[in-house]
Design a binder for this molecule. Structure first.
Ligand code: X90
Length: 278
């Protein structure tokens, strides 16, 4: 029996997976006083409510190659998906780990996917990996199917603030300024290059809902699987889920809380939406 494992970093917000060996390599949120490890035991609300994470100087750091090597364990086949390599070193760490791992274990195969995205889009990819593994496909056919699947997934975000993104150089200061940076809501998507692309600045909750629906339609969403994750904003996430169900007849919808890394950057009130498209 070949040992198979799915590995991700904690930006996917996935902590456990049924039926397949699974591990999440945690990123860290670092403030002047504390280091928060983004694992299952993290008190996400406590971290987000810590003034040091939204007022002070705070940053994040990604898993290093050794963290990934430990996560790969002793699997014969590893399917690994990381946060966008355009905004984090996580993808690079995973690649370095893959090269070491395959050298030390010549019969093992490691697939590393740069999601060019984060959170809920990674969650969709992990769900698909799991399904393909449970169907018993070969390494080559699973990786080909995943590469194909990622051409049919997308990510939107709705952010109340881009302070932490701007302070850590993850959006250009010009973009942050143009978007209003503080107090103004921004709707955007993960670009093809794996960074943030701003789309609009709707005012009010109703207009924001309408805007997300318009953008979903424009971007090829047609009622497929959709994952709506929020940073302490369940009411808004739920009304978006209801609207999506009504407008598209979607049935495969889930609403859940973001974990640490995504909550830190999306900030209180933020929403991140992963979806399947045509
Ligand atoms: O390596 C690190 O320290 C992690 C850096 C991550 C920086 C970006 C995180 C973005 C999280 C914001 C909205 C979604 C944007 C998607 C763009 C691809 C969430």
């Amino acid at each position: 029996m070949r040992k198979i494992k799915i590995v991700t970093d904690s930006s996917s917000d996935v902590l456990t997976l049924d039926g397949v060996d699974f591990e999440s390599a945690p990123l860290k949120i670092v403030t002047g006083e504390k280091v928060y490890l983004d694992d299952a035991s993290l008190d996400v609300e406590g971290m987000v409510n810590d003034p040091a994470t939204y007022k002070g100087k705070s940053s994040t750091s990604c898993p290093n190659p050794d963290d990934y090597l430990r996560a790969f364990g002793d699997a014969d086949e590893v399917y690994c998906v990381t946060i966008t390599g355009s905004l984090s070193g996580s993808y690079n760490s995973a690649l370095v780990a893959k090269n070491t791992y395959e050298k030390e274990n010549p019969t093992s195969r490691v697939y590393v996917l740069n999601s060019l995205s984060t959170g809920p889009e990674m969650a969709l990819i992990i769900e698909r990996m799991r399904a393909l593994i449970l169907e018993g496909h070969s390494f080559d056919s699973i990786t080909a199917a995943i590469d194909e699947y990622t051409t049919h997934t997308g990510l939107f975000f709705v952010l109340e603030s881009m302070r932490n993104l701007a302070n850590n150089g993850r959006v250009s200061p010009i973009v942050a300024k143009l978007a209003g940076m503080l107090g103004i809501r921004v709707v955007g998507r993960a670009s093809d290059r794996g960074d943030l692309e701003m789309l609009s600045k709707p005012r009010g909750e109703r207009n924001t809902l309408t805007e997300v629906i318009v953008q979903l339609r424009k971007n090829g969403y047609n009622g497929g699987a959709i994952r709506i994750a929020h940073a302490m904003n369940e009411p808004f996430a739920k009304s978006l889920a209801d609207t999506v169900a009504k407008e598209f007849g979607a049935t495969d919808i889930t609403v859940y809380s973001l974990r640490g890394l995504c909550s830190f950057y999306a900030e209180r009130g933020g929403l991140i939406i992963g979806f399947e498209k045509q």
